[in-house]
Each structure stands twice: as C-alpha cells, then as structure tokens.
Design a protein around this ligand. Structure first.
Ligand code: ATP
Ligand code: MG
Length: 372
C-alpha cells in the first residue's frame, strides 16, 4: 500500500491523452453523465458517452448522426443548417426498444457543434398509461354488475315478473350477488389505494409470522369446508419475527391461500411454509397442486385486473386484484414476490420478507443468530 502510494507520487505527469482515448478528459466527463449524451459536428457523431454507446451501439462515433440515432424525428433535428438552439425537446418513440420513449434535447455549442442529450421518459410514460388503463378497467368492472342490477330492477318493476314470488326471489338473489361483487371490488380498490398511500413508510412492527399462519390456518380450516382441510403448514419455528404490518400480512396470506384453493385441484394439499430465505430474509410460500399458469401469463399476474381466464375468475367471485394487492404489500415491506408455476402441476407463490430488527424480536435464540 505504502509502496504504491510512493510510486504514484514519484511518477512523472502523464502526457495529455489523444482525443477519443479512454483518458480524454472530455470523454471522462461525458461518461460520468448517466444519460446518453453525444457531440455532433458536421452531421457526424464526434463523441458519445458510455450510456449513448450502450443505447445506440458501440460503433456510433464517427457515424452520420442520422444513422446513429435512427429515428425520423431525430434526423430532422440533426440536419445541417437547422437551428435547434431554442427548439422544444423532441420525443423519440421506440428508440432502442419497442416501448421506449426518449426525449432529445439539442443545444448549439459556440464551435457550431451540437450537444445531443437523451432523457429516458419510458417509466413516466408507462406509469401514465397504467393510470389511464386502471381508471378504464375499474369503471368497466363496476359497470358490469351495475348494469345487471339496473336490468333486474326494471324487470321487477314490471308487475308480471315482480308479482311472481319465485321469480322475484331469484332476481333479488342475483341482484344481491352483483351488489356484493361491487362491494368486494370497492373494498379491494380502497385497500390498494391505502397500501399505495403508505408505500414509502416501511412497516416496523415485529410480527410472529408462524403465529399468524397458524391463526389463518385455523380460521380457514373451520370456515372453508373440505378445501379448508387441505391446508397443511410447514414452519421453521426457529425463525426471527418479520418486520411488518399484521393486517397487511394477513391479507397476503388470505389472498394467496384463496388462490390456491380456487385454482388448485380439490383434494390436493395446499402447503403454506415459512423457511429461511437468502441473506437474512424469511421466505413465506404457498404451494398448490393444480392447473398451473402458462409462462406467458406469469409476468402480468400482478397487474390490476389481469386474469388468465376472466370469465372463470369472475364466476368464482374474483376481482382480479388479489395478486396486485399482494405485490404492493410485499413492496411496502421491502420484500420480493416470486411466482413459479408448471402447467398441469401447480403453482408456488413466495414472498421474501425482511426480519424485524433484533430489539423488536422475541423468538428465542435463533432470533439472535437470524437477525445479526
Ligand atoms: N395458484 C394459482 N394457480 C393458477 N392460477 C392462478 C393462481 N393464482 C392466481 N392465478 C391466476 O392469476 C389471476 C390473478 O389472480 P388474482 O388473485 O390477482 O385475481 P383473482 O383470483 O382472479 O381475483 P381475487 O383475488 O380478487 O379473488 C387469476 O385470475 C388466475 O387466473
Ligand atoms: Mg385471487
């Protein structure tokens, strides 16, 4: 260490690096900028930082700028003779990937070169699209049962149908079920917005997950008939408590076990396990033996209202919000959600949860080893 320092101190000053080499100060400055940045002179790319080369290709330096940034809107802005100095940023859709959105800002330098700065707006755009889709989907989900209720009210208003006791009873039952569906939907939507409102405040109560699983197990075994008796638990009792929100973790358990009950084969076990995960994390898993989920659906399952088979999920009383709620709760807990599934065999949904800090835990010796 000392020898290296002394060596460095005695070394002669390095000769100025040739332009374009790794030691070029301009290149070092450009590389330090996280966004893609290019210098364009006489219509050619004179320099491109690392982010720009990653986005557009290693070969862009020296290329015609319109070929380097292959986008019609960019080509127009980069044409020689144009005056982009006070122009608005240009939106480049699909640059470097199908669903991407970049904003290109061009500034004229005193030596007539142009500094091209690309800003990634894809995430903001995706969030905005999600918000618009969400409002449309929620309205649609609410309108369907509402239309059914209004239709039956009209029919019952008709003396002939409304006067018949059997018909009236049947229609009232349907109206009741549809109204309950709307209520479930509104409850789930409110639940989601509450979780989202709290997402920056990580829960910090020490929760005895093993106890919560045992409690949930007992309730479902008593309430859910034969399917409830298919639940089995596999719990490592030596684990520390979880840093969490009890009501929300109970909601996670209910949603995951309900899915396993609905989509697993009747008579096959639903295994709820609590085990040591990677690092100090604790892994909660719910495993079923059932129809499974095709791989193309897996990345979308936690989107709001996404269902593999919409009509079936609706017939089972589902809102399509269960896994979205689970995902948001796990994110609030600074955990991770993982869904593994094999068609025809079954599904395992796992959540990695952080342990409670040592002073909050009280679960025996293993708490000490598990949390340190
Ligand atoms: N264990 C599972 N096995 C097979 N498919 C599943 C499983 N869990 C979820 N799915 C699929 O994922 C979809 C989304 O699940 P999610 O829990 O979000 O909604 P849901 O179950 O339809 O409605 P809700 O949870 O409101 O009752 C389901 O419609 C179903 O197609
Ligand atoms: Mg569900």
């Amino acid at each position: 260490m000392a020898a290296t320092d002394a060596g460095a101190g005695c070394a002669p000053a390095p000769a100025p690096a040739p332009s374009g080499s790794a030691d070029d100060p301009l290149e070092a400055i450009l590389d330090a900028i996280a966004d893609p940045v290019l210098l364009v002179g006489d219509g050619r790319v004179a320099a491109a930082n690392r982010a720009a080369r990653t986005l557009l290709g290693e070969h862009v330096v020296g290329e015609d700028a319109r070929i380097a940034i292959r986008h019609p809107a960019a080509a127009e802005r980069l044409l020689a003779g144009a005056s982009p100095a006070d122009a608005q940023p240009t939106e480049l859709v699909g640059l470097g990937g199908r669903d991407t959105r970049w904003e290109m800002q061009v500034a004229m330098l005193p030596d007539a070169r142009r500094l091209v700065h690309l800003v990634d707006r894809s995430a903001g755009h995706a969030a905005e699209k999600m918000r618009v889709d969400f409002v449309a989907n929620a309205s649609h989900e609410l309108r369907t049962p509402l239309s059914a209720i209004l239709g039956y009210v009209e029919t019952l208003d008709d003396e002939k149908a409304g006067g018949d006791v059997a018909v009236r009873k049947r229609f009232l039952k349907i109206m009741h079920d549809e109204a309950q569906r709307m209520q479930r939907l509104v409850d789930d939507l409110m639940s989601l917005s509450r979780i989202e409102a709290e997402k920056y405040r990580a829960p910090d109560t020490a929760i005895d997950m093993a106890g919560l699983i045992a409690e949930t197990h007992a309730v479902l075994r008593d309430q859910r008939g034969e399917r409830g008796r298919d639940i089995v638990t596999d719990i490592d009792e030596s684990l520390p408590f979880v840093a969490g929100d009890r009501a929300q973790l109970s909601q996670v358990l209910h949603n995951l076990i309900n899915n396993a009950m609905k989509y697993g084969r009747p008579g096959t076990p639903i295994t709820v396990s609590l085990a040591r995960g990677p690092g100090s994390m604790i892994r909660l898993s719910v495993e079923d033996e059932g129809e499974g989920i095709a791989p193309e659906h897996l990345p979308r399952l936690t989107e709001r209202f996404y269902r593999v088979d919409s009509s079936r999920s609706r017939a089972l009383g589902g809102t399509g919000l269960g896994l979205a709620i689970v995902k948001h709760i796990i994110e609030r807990h600074r955990g991770r959600l993982d869904i593994q599934s094999t068609l025809g065999r079954g599904t395992t949904v796992s959540a990695l949860l952080p342990p409670a800090p040592l002073r909050l835990s009280s679960n025996g010796n293993s708490t000490v080893t598990g949390s340190v």
